[in-house]
Design a protein around this ligand. Structure first.
Ligand code: SF4
Ligand code: SF4
Length: 217
């Protein structure tokens, strides 16, 4: 069960409930028309009900029929505003190290670049500096399209982003770029260049594998 804020809050939104909520689970944004209760956090203490001047708060199973949809409205607010995650620097460093290890064992000289979800460089490792730009562009391409670069064609469309968000100057449609995907989110990407298509891809797989192995522990 959870408490739900319904239509009477719209236009009132005075925040009295926010001040008394011991679970800090009532939130809004400046543009939103009302406050919302996070159903995953509410401890059903009823404090918000007691202070609401317009009787906007109800236990979910006691919502008046005309406001039943507000159960979904409250939950949807937290879905839409949940923090977006990104690859972390520590994970990126681990991935870059894994590529270096693999490349040195295989006698390869490569450049590796790991990007966060916004396309910023989180980690890089370069034994072949002339390919650093290509590695960065492969990572960017995988990040923006949401798929590994060896699967892309010039006609491919990005999976989760708008085509207009992509900087064509940074795109490189050659093998050796892998996105880091969780659900429908691309958290970052790794790009490797310098050793040829197959070896660049194996280097990327070493990076992805190192991240997954660390998560499993
Ligand atoms: S019932 Fe209690 S925990 Fe739930 S939103 Fe209201 S004040 Fe917060
Ligand atoms: S106290 Fe009532 S009107 Fe005020 S923000 Fe909370 S639910 Fe909305």
């Amino acid at each position: 069960m959870t408490y739900v804020i319904a239509e009477p809050c719209i236009g009132e939104k005075n925040g009295a409930c926010v001040d008394v909520c011991p679970a800090a689970c009532i939130h809004t944004t400046p543009d939103a028309p009302q406050n919302y209760i996070d159903p995953a956090v509410c401890i059903e203490c009823e404090q918000c009900v007691l202070v609401c001047p317009v009787d906007a708060v109800f236990l979910d199973k006691e919502l008046p029929e005309e406001w039943r949809r507000f159960e979904g409205v409250n939950a949807a607010f937290f879905q839409a505003n949940k923090p977006v995650s990104s690859l972390q620097a520590e994970e990126a460093a681990r991935m870059a190290d894994a590529v270096s290890d693999y490349a040195s064992r295989a006698g390869l000289e490569v450049a590796v670049v790991v990007l966060d979800r916004d396309g910023r460089v989180l980690a890089s490792c370069v034994s072949d500096s002339q390919h650093q730009d290509a590695a960065a562009r492969k990572a960017y391409t995988a990040l923006m399209y949401g798929v590994a670069t060896h699967e892309l064609k010039p006609t491919s469309q990005p999976l989760w982003r708008q085509s207009s968000d992509i900087d064509g100057q940074r795109v490189l449609l050659t093998p050796g770029g892998y996105p880091i995907v969780e659900g429908v989110d691309t958290l970052g990407a790794v790009g490797v260049a310098g050793a040829g298509p197959q070896q660049d891809m194996l280097c990327c797989q070493a990076a992805v594998g190192a991240r997954l192995a660390a998560q499993a522990h």
